[in-house]
Design a protein around this ligand. Structure first.
Ligand code: SAM
Length: 296
């Protein structure tokens, strides 16, 4: 076997071993090194209650928006994937995801509950970054403040002209990152100046129907102080974990659908193995404090 094949095989074996540990939550510790990062298969509200208080630098998450349908019937009768993905691409996603059928009032109540639990887990001065679409943005900015966070702003994610056009309408081209802090944020935080708007197209090669691009998540992760743990209660494909460890943050995620928890744990494990076997991957990342290639 050639050296590259050996190293690929080793990466696969280590990722499998890591998955076996990662998918069943055997402990609820906060990881303190990149190598200890993991994704647990669990229900997120219960899971957040078990993580140690004040142990994370921030939460970077993308909850189900519960907003793809205009009417109650759209939300309750169709599966989540069909609300977000065109008919021709649905066949690529064999597994639906959870938690996308609340109406707006119930979603507001639920997200406030989640954000209150996340507040306990994050250290004073730590941050929350929560993805959302235009329909739920007002509910989210209310809920995040009701949960006890200080609302700091909204960063648009411009998905570019690649997003689906509809004749006679504005393109539905942006999603948003609502961000907030747990109390005061000192000016001496160990974090760089970050862009107020992120422009990057949605990747075509996705495992999860609402998967966010790693490049976008890497930029968002930089708002958490360098080296501090990041939490994601709605891990989906694990993309937030991959971005976090590439930025040097320990990561712990939670996903209740076993297919996605498993996929995420494997992807995260492979990324950690790549970082460990090629430390220059880290150096490249540390040198890249400006927006990544391809992002304006
Ligand atoms: C919008 S998706 C996240 C996608 C992710 N950002 C990515 O890039 O792959 C939300 C995820 O949260 C999961 N989820 C929904 N409710 C949950 C709950 N109560 N506990 C744990 N996971 C949940 C869904 O199954 C779904 O995969």
């Amino acid at each position: 076997m050639a050296t590259d094949e050996w190293s690929d095989a080793l990466v696969r074996v280590l990722a499998e071993a890591r998955r076996a540990v990662a998918v069943a939550p055997s402990s609820f510790d906060m990881p303190t090194t990149v190598a200890d990062s993991r994704i647990d298969c669990a229900e997120s509200l219960d899971w957040l209650d078990r993580l140690p208080g004040g142990s994370a630098g921030g939460i970077v998450t993308d909850p189900p928006y519960s907003s793809g349908g205009a009417f109650r019937g759209d939300r309750a009768n169709s599966n989540a994937t069909s609300k977000y993905i065109g008919r021709e691409q649905r066949k690529n996603y064999q597994t639906d995801f959870a938690g996308d059928s609340r109406d707006q009032r119930a979603w507001g109540y639920w997200i406030e509950l989640m954000l209150r639990k996340a507040l306990r887990v994050v250290e004073p001065g730590g941050v929350a970054c929560v993805f959302v679409d235009w329909r739920q943005i007002a509910t989210l900015t209310d809920a995040i403040q009701a949960a006890g966070w200080i609302l700091r702003g909204i960063v648009p994610w411009d998905k570019t002209e690649g997003s689906r056009p509809v004749l006679g309408r504005f393109r539905s081209q942006c999603e948003y990152i609502v961000w907030a802090s747990k109390g005061r944020m000192g000016l001496d935080r160990n974090a760089p100046v970050l862009p107020g708007c992120i422009r990057a197209s949605v990747s075509r090669d996705k495992e999860h129907p609402t998967q966010k691009p790693v490049d976008v998540l890497r930029i968002v992760s930089r708002i958490v102080e360098a080296g501090k743990p990041i939490v994601d209660p709605f891990a989906g494909s694990g993309s937030h974990g991959v971005a976090a460890v590439l930025e040097g943050h320990p990561f712990v995620g939670c996903e209740c659908v076993p297919h996605y928890a498993t996929f995420g744990a494997i992807w995260l494990g492979e990324t950690i193995n790549r970082i460990q076997s090629n430390p220059t991957l880290f150096e490249d990342v540390e040198a890249t404090q400006e927006p990544l290639a391809g992002l304006q």
